[in-house]
Write a protein that binds this ligand. Sequence first.
Ligand code: DCP
Ligand code: MG
Length: 485
Amino acid sequence: MRTAPTILHLDMDAFFASVEQASKPSLRGKAVVVGGLGPRGVVATASYEARVFGVHSAMPMGQARRLVPNAAYLVPRFTFYRSISERVMELLRALSPLVEPLSLDEAFVDLEAGGVAWDERSARLAGVKLRADIRAVTGLTGSVGLAASKMLAKIASEEAKPDGLVVIEPGSERAMLGPLSVRILPGVGPATGDHLRRAGITTVEEIVEAGEDELVRLLGKAHGHGLYAMALARDDRPVVAERETKSVSVEDTYDVDIHDRTRVGLEVQRLAERCVRRLRGAGLSGRTIVLKVRRYDFSTLTRSETLRGPTDDPAVIREAAGRLLDSVDTTGGVRLLGVGVSGLADYTQEDLFAQAAGERAVAEGPVEEHTAAPAEEQPASLAERRWPAGHDVRHAEFGHGWVQGSGLGRVTVRFETPSSEPGRVRTFRVDDPDLEAADPLPLVLGGPEGGGGVPGAGSQAVSSVPASLPKSWSGSGGGAATSRP
Ligand code: DCP
Ligand code: MG
């Protein structure tokens, strides 16, 4: 493992929600929930102001509404988020050829490979400058973790959230990890966490104390070895430059063959859900669902089904995987199960879009092409379809604004732009000829991330973001193991 904290992990703060707050001055400092507004909708993300009330990603939207009835509920604008993500990734690629994106808002960067950092001080400086540059270019905040390995860099950025920077100094890793929950380690989800807890292991330190043999006994060879190494902060995984993803899949090997057909079915459902989370994390959807089954005698078979269009809907993928399982004989037992999705396309969340034929009709071109859901699944009224909450509009007289809500033949628009004061609300008839859908405006003046031609929206001031930090910030890279500039 390297001896300097030159692996950087960036994760943007409350990404989709922060973009919405930056777009809409009236929502800054307020609870904002982005997600599907239809009956099957789930939360994509929530602003930190909404998280205080317990709202989080993947929560059913109805539950979020009960927790924070007064939050702003907005339909996601993936094309816009993707264009901002691209600007952030460009900044990362300026630091190093080795940039490994994990999702739209998250990536590892090997600073050493880029020659921009070689010791703690230079790494910290690069991290501080990156955060300032991201802010200047996108108007948004991202959190940075710096460490000598990927695992620790990611843990550090989590610690740094929101809007911070944490360096884990080489040599301090074991002491830092020791008291933390086992759940902090990569690959330890709720199931493995429970399994370890029943064996009396709740902290990373306790994994080390239990020893490698015990871990292998509890979790099987591959997982046990891997986890023990992580607990000792041994992680040599290199940062791998972006490559074309061909498929997204997850699989589990079982220590004891599963015979019970119901249990096999449940495992497949669980894997399908994990696969969806990974798919969404990568900002993708896919058309072909693949089921992999290894039987007691090591014979392995795969079955696949291709849908009419790409999806990342957990229900659709679960059902397809279930159908595929129906065609597989599992008598004798199953050692391994896997669920994958291939035939990938850019982000399409039918689940989020359950309400929004309008999402397709209005702003998101690619979504329109890709969506497979039949029309009768769209319960939204015509007004809501045409004017999805949160999307940009332009009025012939009042200028640029966004849809605050619609229904009963009316649409309510708040007229404001990223650089204006919070704006006023006006209500129109849904068929008002003066009102039309518009492209998002750039969050920072001069930024090209407007998702298309940037209309001249009258007077826009440059938002007051420093292009570089005051000297005193960058000079503070001294002895402390962590810092939050
Ligand atoms: N996302 C999603 N569905 C999920 C999880 C995330 O659609 N189940 C989307 C919305 C998020 C974005 O991906 O804004 C990035 O995911 P993160 O997990 O990084 O969450 P945030 O950036 O929103 O918040 P944090 O500050 O915790 O990173
Ligand atoms: Mg994030």
